[in-house]
Each structure stands twice: as structure tokens, then as C-alpha cells.
Design a protein around this ligand. Structure first.
Ligand SMILES: Cc1ncc(COP(=O)(O)O)c(C=O)c1O
Length: 388
């Protein structure tokens, strides 16, 4: 029996493969420091856990409405309106199990074979995976290290064609930590405004930033009408395992996403939504504390990576990833990922896990303690004679 042909086009997320290899080494007794996974190492805030427990005890254990509970969608609409400076209502909100289903549902609902999709390279590997899976045409646009990993806007403009159906933006970004600056975002809005296309604006790291507050393309005139905002609770509230995310989009698009959701998931876990409501409406101190701790770690890891021979690391403005350029080591990213895992006991990801323009870079997640980060750097320094 053979799988369907479309399965030969789908990709994966190699963070999970590296985790499996790291776990195998740990089973053999090796010590590994995990800097490969994109998951905050903080607990879900206590009042959010309590709200989830209370919801379970109260019987929020059944199916709910496919788009999400009205009270929750209302709270999300108010939150997005307030934080993005726009005006959206509950009919624009689709609650789904995590941020990923918004990519899957929206792209499946929008893309015909042959439609072109513009997306950043390097970027979250699931964008490209889904583009290929759906038979659409992948049009990666390289991110430019010297521009804080923003686009070269002329290259972006040159990539647009009458077949461009979707443009994917991600700010703050995985894997680079880059934030698209105001002026670039405005120019991108000007480029896209009069075109018959949609934008998928992945804003899952919107609350994790260290300099200027990241902006959403939706704030520019005419953009709310053509944008799907993806956001959720995984990163901001350290709720990866609760599977809770949402999209905010024009009503006609929300109807299509809800139709996909009826077919795929029926609804999002009811008690998770109650916990999410508490997260959005309750105290935000835990988010502030987490971001302050990430900022300390960012400063330490970036400074330390810059002392490794052949490494050059710019200061990321958001998310929790450092993305050093390692071309000075003369090793490929993949070789370096292997070498650091097997010989230094440090798990990180090759930049090529995020696209071909990630070659020459590594991604280190600093969702790990300062102590472990410092130990990881010591371990890397000890094996640096292999390339220095
Ligand atoms: C850029 C980006 N978007 C979306 C997601 C998916 O988040 P979730 O776990 O909520 O599906 C991730 C997770 O790593 C991410 O890095």
C-alpha cells in the first residue's frame, strides 16, 4: 500500500528530529543542553492553570462552537483591536488548536495549484511545507542580515506577480528574531494595497520583544481587509501544550477557515479556551517577567556567541532565538549542527532547517536557563579548535 502522492511534497519541522537525536544521545548517558526547541521554559502562569482546572471541574469538557466560545472570541477581538490599533469584532476571530492550524486552514482554503506564495527565507518551515503540499509555487524572498533580517524591499517588489495570491510575513520572526521596522512595513503595505492577494501575518511572537514594540501590517489603510493575523497563547503565555491559538481575518475568510475547522477539528478544547480567557483578561506580570528574563539571556548569549571564533551574531529585537552567522568557521550549518550535538553536547538547529538562505547560520533558542546557556557556550568554546 502506498501513501497518497501529495505526501511526497509535504515537509517537516526538523526541531523535532534534532530533539529525537538529542534524546537518543541522552539515553546513552551523554549530557545535552537543549537550545533547539521553540518553547518557553516557563510554566503556564498559575492563575491560568487554575482557570483551566476550574473549567474542568465545572464541566467545560464537551464540544463547543467551531469558531470558539462567543465570550472568548469577543475578548480576542477586543485584545487585537487594542494592541493593533484596528477595529475587529468576534465574527473576525477563529479560535483553533494552536497557531499552526491557522496556517493550514487558511492556506488550504486560499491556494490553488500554481498560485504563488511569497514568504521570508529563512522562516518557519511549515510555510514552505504547506505551499508545496498544496501544489502552489514557493517564492522565497531572502532576509538580509545587515537589515536586521528584514527584506530587501526591491527584491520583495520584484517577486510580486499577477499570480501572487499570498504574502507571508512573520514579525518578530522565527528563526532570526528580526522585527520588521515601521518604515518597511509601511512600504510593504503600499506595495500590496492595490493587489488582489491576501497577507498571512504571523504575529505569534508579538509580545516577545526587547526594543520598539513590533507593529502589525493591519494598522495601515486597506490592510485589515486583506490580512489574516495569526496569534495565540503558546509563546506569550507559555501554553504550548494547551493547543490554543487563533486567527483574525475578514469575515468571508473566517467562514472558510471555520469550514476547514469543522472538517478537521470540530472545535478547540473547551477548558483550554477558559484558560485562554483568564490569560488574556488577568494580570500580565508573568508575561513581563518572562520577557525580562529572555532579554537578560539574549544579551548574554549574543555577547558570548560573538566571542566564538568564526561566529558573528547580531542582536535580535524579538522572539527568543539568536541566529549567528557562522560562515567564518568554514563549516556548513548542517556540519556545525552535527558537530555541536555530538561533540559539544549542545543541541541547536542548522539555519537550513528554515530555508536555503539560512545556510551559514545556526539557530540557538534561549528558552533555557542562564546557567545552561553559559555552560553551552563553554562547551562550544572547548570544541572551537575543530574549526578555528
Ligand atoms: C513563527 C511561528 N508561527 C507559528 C508557530 C506555531 O505555534 P503553535 O505551537 O501555537 O501552533 C510557531 C511555533 O514554533 C512559530 O515559530
Amino acid at each position: 500500500m502506498k501513501l497518497a502522492d501529495r505526501m511526497s511534497h509535504i515537509g517537516t519541522e526538523s526541531a523535532f528530529e534534532v530533539l529525537a537525536r538529542a534524546r537518543a544521545l541522552e539515553k546513552q548517558g551523554k549530557s545535552i543542553i537543549h537550545l533547539q526547541i521553540g518553547e518557553p521554559d516557563f510554566p503556564t502562569p498559575a492563575h491560568v492553570v487554575e482557570a483551566g482546572q476550574k473549567a474542568l471541574a465545572e464541566g467545560w469538557t464537551k464540544y463547543g462552537p467551531t469558531p470558539g466560545f462567543p465570550e472568548f472570541r469577543d475578548a480576542i477581538a477586543r485584545y487585537i483591536s487594542r494592541t493593533r490599533g484596528i477595529s475587529v469584532g468576534p465574527d473576525n476571530v477563529c479560535v483553533v488548536p494552536g497557531g499552526k492550524p491557522i496556517m493550514y486552514f487558511a492556506m488550504t482554503a486560499l491556494l490553488n495549484p500554481g498560485d504563488e506564495v511569497i514568504y521570508p527565507d529563512p522562516s518557519f518551515p511549515i510555510y514552505e511545507s504547506l505551499i508545496h503540499f498544496l501544489g502552489a509555487r514557493a517564492c522565497p524572498v531572502p532576509l538580509v542580515e545587515s537589515r536586521g533580517f528584514s527584506f530587501d524591499l526591491d527584491v520583495l517588489a520584484g517577486s510580486l506577480s499577477p499570480r501572487t495570491k499570498l504574502v507571508i510575513l512573520n514579525s518578530p520572526a522565527n528563526p532570526t528574531g528580526g522585527v520588521i521596522p515601521h518604515d518597511d512595513l509601511k512600504k510593504i503595505a503600499d506595495l500590496l494595497r492595490d493587489r488582489d492577494l491576501m497577507i498571512l501575518s504571523d504575529e505569534i511572537y508579538s509580545r516577545i520583544y526587547y526594543e520598539e514594540k513590533p507593529e502589525s501590517i493591519t494598522q495601515f489603510p486597506g490592510m485589515v481587509e486583506k490580512t489574516i493575523i495569526l496569534d495565540g497563547f503558546s509563546k506569550t503565555y507559555s501554553m504550548t501544550g494547551w493547543r490554543l491559538g487563533y486567527g483574525v481575518m475578514p469575515k468571508w475568510m473566517a467562514d472558510a477557515v471555520n469550514l476547514m475547522a469543522v472538517n478537521a477539528t470540530s472545535c478547540t478544547a473547551s477548558f483550554s479556551q477558559r484558560a485562554g480567557l483568564a490569560a488574556l483578561e488577568g494580570p500580565q506580570d508573568d508575561v513581563d517577567k518572562m520577557v525580562a528574563e529572555f532579554k537578560k539571556r539574549r544579551n548574554v548569549i549574543v555577547q558570548a556567541l560573538n566571542t566564538i571564533p568564526g561566529f558573528r551574531c547580531s542582536l535580535p529585537a524579538g522572539a527568543f532565538y539568536a541566529f549567528p552567522n557562522i560562515t567564518g568557521t568554514k563549516k556548513s550549518s548542517k556540519e556545525m549542527e552535527e558537530l555541536l550535538l555530538n561533540e559539544a553536547g549542545v543541541a541547536c538547529l542548522s539555519g537550513t532547517a528554515f530555508g536555503k538562505h539560512g545556510d551559514g547560520f545556526l539557530r540557538f533558542s534561549y528558552a533555557n536557563s542562564l546557567e545552561n546557556i553559559k555552560e553551552a557556550i563553554n562547551r562550544i568554546r572547548k570544541v572551537a579548535d575543530r574549526w578555528a
